[in-house]
Design a protein around this ligand. Sequence first.
Ligand code: C2E
Ligand code: CA
Ligand code: CA
Ligand code: CA
Length: 282
Amino acid sequence: AKQNGRSQYSFFFDDLKTATKRLVVLESELRKAIETKSFTMLYQPKVNIKTDRIIGLEALIRWESDKLGIVSPSEFIPFAEENGLIIPLSEAIIEKVCGEFIRLELGKRADMPISINVSSIHFQQHSFVSSLKAIFEKMNCQPSFFELELTEGTIMANAAETSMKLKELKQLGFRISVDDFGTGYSSLSYLSRFPLDYLKIDKSFITTILSAKENEYIVDAVVQLAHSLHLEVIAEGVEAVEQVELLQTLGCDIVQGYVFGKPMPAEDISHYIEIWNIKRQE
Ligand code: C2E
Ligand code: CA
Ligand code: CA
Ligand code: CA
């Protein structure tokens, strides 16, 4: 038994060593990727299910490291938030999206803004608005073609600061979405004090909307309340036609998910929009 105990103990340290090693490699690989901008952005369509129009695109990062292979943003974004790399990474992401917007004439329509996910660490920087403004000026991009997705937690973190920053961002022309709504503890009436445009109901409610009645009731209530506050509602993570039909019944405005399209490279999304518009007119 003693021997068994000892070997479990050393297994534990082996695992710890492996995990620590991975983090060391992850950090140096990420640093390199930021410097060389060797990551890509994919774009996923958002569809207004009342008008059948594509009304926006969400930019989502993808990264393949030479040494680690494909690493999910769910792993490296929180990691970058812990070690400070999120600031240069976020700036590199915004430059990349602006560059593709100009090069491919992506969107280039105020009625189809490209949304960028904003990390709470980045948003909390005092210089957030001015540095964002500087990048957009440098890249020759108009904020009115863009949208910023901030999670409920980011918005709630420091209400007074948030209020000021959001006002400035709105003045510059950005649209603002509340991402992952329902995962935090904020009430909609509290959120109504901020100048917001869209509310994105978190995937977790949508995934089980057909099987768990209570989630259907929650989505129903959120849609009603959001509309009374003049916010449009986006359901994310929608994979099935049956989900779209239920969301339509509940009055949800916009749907994003594999049911309409996976996140795709900038070159493909332009094509996707063209095809969509042709089919829509048939
Ligand atoms: P998020 O902002 O909530 O993004 C939605 C996630 O759902 C994305 O995962 C997207 O690929 C995925 N998704 C879209 N449609 C469906 C669907 O129908 N079914 C399912 N199961 N999933 C769907 P992804 O791309 O892995 O990103 C994960 C998270 O990483 C994002 O969650 C966001 O928090 C963060 N992230 C991704 N890209 C960026 C970025 O450029 N900047 C920042 N700061 N964070 C990012
Ligand atoms: Ca998002
Ligand atoms: Ca989300
Ligand atoms: Ca999320």
